[in-house]
Ligand binder design. Sequence first.
Ligand code: LCS
Length: 394
Amino acid sequence: MLPISNVDDATKVIHAGIPEDAHGAVIPPIYQTSTFKFKNVDHGAQLFAGKTEGFIYTRMRNPTIEAMEDSVAALEGGYKALGCASGMAAVHTIFFALLGQGDHVICSEAVYGPTTTLLKMMSAKYGVEVDFVDTSHAENVRTAIKPNTKLVFVETPSNPTVLVSDLEEIAFIAHRNGAQLAVDNTFSSPILQKPLAWGADIVMHSMTKFLNGHADVVAGIIVVNDEKQYDLFRNVLNQLGGVIDPFNSFLVHRGIKTLALRMERHCENAQRIAEWLERHPKVDWVHFPGLPSHPQYEIAQKQMDGPGGVIAFELKGGLNAGKTVMNRVKLCQLAVSLGGVETLIQHPASMTHASMGPELRQQSRITDGLVRISVGIENVGDLIADLDQALAAA
Ligand code: LCS
């Protein structure tokens, strides 16, 4: 393994998680195998007993998956990481590992829709107590916390409202009350935000987004701080079965090589577009952490190394005007997901956050007219020209 602990992220994305290879391969090979041969019965027994180092079965461990996991763990400054089949598999594994009957969880009210839905399911099926609060005001976490609160789950910036929550403050509140803080860091990637450094205990990503960056893989990851936590999550993930596969791990690890470069361009392009939207006469409001008008601009400045690539905005004409823009864009593509090299535009109320239901959407300020753009790395002039012609029709 190359010495990567004291180097910049731009170096880590290239070199972290690259093991020495018997043949000198510069890129870790894809171990596209479900299972690994034992030398003899005793060797198999030793592996199962954890008394010797090695691989058994890909749901448990696989070298290609571990190479990618080591890369993300290094970028997040964590102990180790666990690749999952999707971001939702990562969310499920965290909830299942940490929450049981009678436990209480506090979750940001603005999160990816299915995270809300999953917690509501766990509440109905397993008796987990759930409170959705606006974590962009940390005092709401303080108010909601109870003696049985086991977990605070924060998404920052939030999907789709792009609100920012103060990780340092929330970690302090959670820990003082014996709860753990898990952070969905999907919108920032570890290049722009490192929640563990602000006190979080667990970080997760939908790697479908910026980490892979090329809109061709569905995957997730959990990063933990210590061995005890790692053993717990690895055991739970192994039983739940939501593991990533070697080929997708290879693709994500390949995508990560350009993560630092891509994030730079995502931030630059999105900043330009957010400023342009904010000046546009047809735009009612814009949420983007790089705008001084953002309600948590100061917190974003403190904990993020860049504003990211996702913008939420609403037109003065509300839903109908938003629909016109989404139907008229030519270069920006009307599709859900985010964090890829291509610019995507979508309507959260009818798409990514439809499953939340109107009540929780209203509480979470996901208005019917809110439009979300994930700004890609195309030429920003071309993107603005496309949005300009679409807005002209609104
Ligand atoms: N967390 C966040 C913040 C997300 O944006 C998503 C997916 C997930 C978790 C779940 O990850 P997945 O299982 O899809 O890998 N967000 C999506 C979105 O905004 N549009 O489509 C998917």
